[in-house]
Design a protein around this ligand. Sequence first.
Ligand code: NAD
Ligand code: UFG
Length: 345
Amino acid sequence: MILVTGGAGYIASHTCIELLQAGYEVLAIDNLSNASKESLQRVQKITGKKLTFIKGDIRNEQLMAETFQQYNIAAVIHFAGLKAVGESCAMPLEYYDNNINSTLVLTQAMQAANCKKLVFSSSATVYGNPEKLPLTEDMPLSATNPYGRSKLIIEEILRDLPIADAIKQTNPPWSVALLRYFNPVGAHQSGLIGEDPSDTPNNLMPFITQTAIGRREKLAIFGDDYDTVDGTGVRDYIHVVDLALGHVKAVEKLLSAGGIEGVQAYNLGTGTGISVLEMLNAFAKTNKVKVPYEIVPRRAGDIAACYADVSRAKKELNWQATRQLEDMVKDSWHWQSKNPKGYKN
Ligand code: NAD
Ligand code: UFG
């Protein structure tokens, strides 16, 4: 059985589908602070398979200890966390508590149960303001906000675990995949599950789809004076189903005979940079909808461009993204237009 923390969330719910379809049993835990249980009902509808759900907070030590006693968990995918950059600047303690403490409680429970195979949701944010592109996993790391710092600190905590194994000669040793996501967009092609931000979205795609559906008057493009193809910010957008499949590959690798030695980081992106205007034009053209926009000043803390070198994931996880920009914009719109109010329909 695979334990999926934050299992009802955007990326996790898509990953649950791919895990179930690959034949894994899934146990999802979520405190539903930023998700609806409905997402997992729909996962079961899409796959025709059952998963086990526990509503709870993974900072709850007793809950986590009992969970590992009750279920035979082979590996954990740890998605649970808070993820809004702006909010993290205003609420750093909540972010450090939720993201770091949850990881400490989880890994302590894992260690006590001798389950030491972990996939962690990291982020391209750990590269800070990149000096060189594309980003390879061994480039310098830094953080520019508490959210990013929480990811960086967790990566460092996890790196200490196999070192301790070596000192104590414990077996089995920790085996950890740090998956550094670039910019996840899109939705399952059924249109039944997708991104459903409970407050004002933080990211470009939900802003585009909510504007297209009429929930917002216009999209604000944060700056057109960057040193990029058309002056707008460039990112490496990845279809969430490709991202989900990357998790299945990471789990397969962790459970394989060779496994993953110690802690290994993997970029999960497409390797291609897309500008805000390119994304907007692709969305309007593919979906034949108008998205009114205006150019506004740069958003504080934004970088000009960010995209991945994805060769390590290809070589070591046998994974690469296959879905194109058209799939990303089509599936995002399919989800939004079928569910104008998200899961509250
Ligand atoms: P999400 O908010 O949809 O999913 C996170 C889930 O974790 C939510 O369902 C939430 O209710 C749950 N959760 C939060 N704290 C919890 C706790 N203490 N106990 C139990 N459940 C808890 O976000 P997402 O976009 O699916 O992101 C998943 C992970 O990927 C996060 O760790 C995020 O930081 C990381 N990530 C996301 C992006 C992105 O752009 N979406 C990029 C890089 C990394
Ligand atoms: N953008 C707009 N208007 C909007 C929203 C975004 O023009 O309303 C632009 C941004 O300026 C940027 C691009 O669209 O150029 C992408 O912005 P997002 O907010 O969607 O994504 P970011 O790359 O800024 O941030 C994302 C995640 C962070 C993570 C970071 C690095 O939201 O959590 O990637 O992985 F830290």
